[in-house]
Design a protein around this ligand. Structure first.
Ligand SMILES: *Cc1c(COP(=O)(O)O)cnc(C)c1O
Length: 369
């Protein structure tokens, strides 16, 4: 039996009627950009997050980029980011003209270690941009305290954790501004590109609306240098359908994760993700660690189990941010570097079948025992 890393056919099969109806409604509406579907999705997604406002944008990177601009991040500023994230988090800081300042994660939860933030703060620091990595919320209260103590903005990259909860409260409405990606592989995935920014601050929401639409509030009155970063109306229509099923699909992911956590109990070499008692993760990815990761991956491939590595090269080691380019210098980041060598993402998703899950568990156990 083959176990794919992620299945894109079954989600459509399950929601076909609703998605097809959304498509027809869109085609017949004759309105293709920033229309009723966008407005309705923004309202529904804000309510889902417990945030006062949601603004749809083109993709997750644009959500981050515009959020930083709305916060007033500019050239010369520094923004604190995790050392182990998808490179988009760093690129958004660079696009705003600022410098990403990496802080190492807690290797158990993979999320930024709040204790390590303080020493990274300088006179130039403007904001902390934390990530809810792999679907698990970061420690909002600790980071909020650090931000407040130093007069910094607190932003979140929530590309991977739609529907997660921190101390019982939905992510999306907890930091000053939170940024979401609806790339097809995410927990709330579109059928193309889409993203959103959520916030409780009406001024920030208004700034994002202006920035995403050529810097204009009124057509042909361009107040600021803006962008074309609008969400696609058809994607908004599809996302409204999928949002209605997100909690149920996240709970199916949680059941898969529960089986992994039970079936693959920690042993000397295999390390499972740690979930703090205040976190309700949505398991975008299920990431394990093993000192012989490449051999484990090879073994799983031979058993028909597809795996991926998120991510094999930490941003500071990538060509974009290389020290060799002469443009960058980085502190030692041993945790990000050793994680990149040890992490492996197992298949997880709302449509992973019981038999497939057993195949994965058996294959991992066969290797580690
Ligand atoms: C997917 C992702 C992004 C970027 O989202 P896009 O919609 O692909 O632009 C940003 N940050 C993280 C952590 C992501 O996983």
């Amino acid at each position: 039996m083959k176990v794919p890393f992620q299945d894109f056919h079954q989600p459509y099969a399950e929601l076909k009627e609703e998605l097809d109806a959304a498509y027809l409604r869109f085609m017949e509406s004759g309105w293709f950009v920033l229309g009723g579907e966008t407005a309705a999705f923004e309202e529904e997604y804000a309510a889902f997050c417990g945030a006062a406002h949601a603004v749809g944008v083109a993709n997750g990177l644009e959500a981050l980029h515009l959020a930083l601009l709305a916060l007033g991040v500019k050239p010369g500023d520094e923004v604190i980011v995790p050392s182990n994230t998808y490179i988009a988090t760093w690129l958004a800081v660079t696009q705003a003209g600022a410098k990403p300042v990496p802080v190492e994660p807690d290797p158990g939860t993979f999320n930024i270690d709040p204790e390590k933030i303080e020493t990274a703060i300088s006179r130039r620091t403007k904001a902390i941009l934390a990530v809810n990595l792999y679907g698990q919320p970061c420690d909002y209260d600790q980071i909020r305290k650090m931000a407040d103590d130093h007069g910094l903005h607190f932003a979140i990259d929530n590309a991977q954790a739609q529907g997660a909860r921190y101390k019982g409260r939905s992510v999306g409405g907890l930091a000053d501004i939170e940024c979401h990606s609806f790339y097809p592989s995410k927990n709330l995935g579109a059928y193309g590109e889409a993203g959103a920014v959520t916030t409780n601050d009406p001024d920030l929401a208004e700034k994002i609306k202006v920035l995403r639409n050529y810097g204009s509030r009124v057509r042909y009155h361009n107040e600021v240098v803006g962008f074309n970063s609008r969400i696609d109306e058809l994607q908004a229509a599809f996302l409204r359908v999928k949002l209605r099923h997100l909690d149920e699909w996240n709970s199916r992911r949680a059941r898969v994760a529960g089986t992994y956590l039970e079936g693959l109990a920690d042993n000397e070499s295999l390390i499972l993700p740690r979930v703090p008692d205040w976190a309700d993760p949505v398991w975008h990815l299920f990431v394990i660690r093993h000192p012989r990761r490449d051999a484990l991956q090879q073994h799983l491939t031979e058993r028909g189990v597809a795996t991926l590595i998120h991510y094999p090269i930490p941003p500071h080691r990538s060509g974009a941010y290389s020290v060799e380019s002469g443009n960058h210098s980085w502190p030692d980041l041993p945790i990000a570097e050793s994680l990149a060598e040890e992490i492996l993402s197992l298949p997880i998703g709302p449509h992973l079948r019981e038999e497939q899950l057993s195949v994965v568990c058996d294959a991992v156990r066969e290797f580690v025992n």
